[in-house]
Ligand binder design. Structure first.
Ligand code: IPM
Ligand code: MG
Length: 370
């Protein structure tokens, strides 16, 4: 049956195709058991696109991404493409998608599943029950700022330049997403920058404060320097509810937050743009982890971050919160049963492959839908 839910799958490189295989099976299950069907298209990104087309993403693929409801991406990159010139590296494909689709708000929830409390490198009491949301600005800052480049100076020395830059509107729109989300959670936002050393940080703090006063004074707002935030995340992460921060700080802080949950293999993300005239919000969903070339093709990959990213698409794009709940519950159940991919393995648990984990997930879903 034709569906009006258009999903573009971009598996990418390394473990990307393996973890996307799990999502495909769950999508089939949804079709069979929930009568929720998707019109799924699949295309290349990253190294896979470089090998086939000579570019990390083609115009045609970007076009498809623009015209679907949600993009689901695996991971990009690998040693094979490390020596390519900067502009042709696999990562540029992902960055172009984020930029061209205007996906300025990147939601990175860090939730510690009860069964994984022991998998974290931190003490159980520090991470048990953790549920925080990092909102990372995704289309501005030093990632895209101009001027940038490497130049040779008259004296023969070389000079590398990047620019950290934010405008009022860039700050306000991502802060608004954070305040909105906080209202649906514990109603607290911590805004993170380095206003003590960066003008862009001073502006960030001023604009967030101003917007808060204008529209969101019911939300509790605090400010923190990024270095302190890194320290607080590993010292007492449960003090946070929503963290909103810039592109680079968000990149680093979300990796740190990932380890609180046991493994980078557990963290999903949603990247959202503005709502257009037709009421559609451009969106891309991807795991926070990378392509893990060292374990690719060995059946060792943890598919849960990608599956949870798909669940996020059900929540934020497709308005299917019950189905999102179902998938999150299935993840919870397989973990509670003791199944572990190598990245979250703990003593007394059962080490399983990607395929076994996938079968177990489908069984759980079957049980719940019965
Ligand atoms: C991430 C990744 C990317 C980033 C890379 C792959 C370009 O680390 O999504 O966190 O730096 O944004
Ligand atoms: Mg990162």
């Amino acid at each position: 049956m034709a569906s009006n839910r258009k999903l573009l799958i971009l598996p990418g490189d390394g473990i990307g195709p393996e973890v996307m295989g799990t999502v495909r099976k769950v999508i089939d299950w949804m079709d069979r058991r929930r009568a929720v069907s998707f019109d799924v298209d699949e295309d290349l990104v990253g190294g896979a696109a470089i090998d086939k087309h000579g570019a990390p993403v083609t115009d045609a693929t970007v076009d498809k991404a623009m015209n679907c409801d949600a993009v689901l991406l695996g991971a990009v990159g690998g040693p094979k493409w490390d020596d390519l010139p900067f502009e042709r590296k696999p990562e540029r494909g992902l960055l172009r998608l984020r930029k061209d689709l205007g996906l300025y708000a990147n939601l990175r929830p860090a939730i510690c599943f009860d069964a994984l409390v022991e998998a974290s490198t931190l003490k159980p009491e520090i991470v048990a029950g953790l549920d925080i949301m990092i909102i990372r600005e995704l289309t501005g800052g030093v990632y895209f700022g101009e001027p940038r480049g490497i130049e040779t100076l008259p004296n023969g020395e070389r000079r590398g330049v990047n620019t950290q830059v934010y405008t009022t509107s860039e700050i306000r729109r991502v802060a608004a997403v954070a305040f909105d989300l906080a209202r649906k959670r514990s109603n607290r936002v911590c805004s993170v920058e380095k206003a003590n050393v960066m003008e862009s940080g001073v502006l960030w703090r001023e604009e967030v404060t101003k917007l808060h006063g204008e529209q969101f004074s019911d939300v509790e707002l605090s400010h923190m320097y990024a270095d302190n935030c890194a320290m607080q995340l590993v010292r007492a992460p449960k003090q946070f509810d929503v963290i909103v921060t810039d592109n680079l700080f968000g990149d680093m802080l979300s990796d740190a937050a990932a380890m609180l949950t046991g493994s980078l293999g557990m963290l999903p993300s949603a990247s959202l743009g503005d709502v257009d005239e037709s009421g559609r919000r451009k969106s891309l969903y991807e795991p926070v982890h990378g392509s893990a070339p060292d374990i690719a093709g060995q059946g060792k990959a943890n598919p849960l971050a990608t599956l949870l990213s798909y669940a996020m698409s059900l929540r934020y794009t497709f308005d299917l919160p019950e189905d999102a709940d179902l998938i999150e519950q299935a993840v919870n159940n397989v973990l509670a049963k003791g199944l572990r991919t190598p990245d979250i393995m703990a003593s007394g648990m059962a080490a399983v492959s990607t395929a076994t984990m996938t079968d177990a997930l489908i069984q759980e879903l079957d049980k719940m839908a019965a």
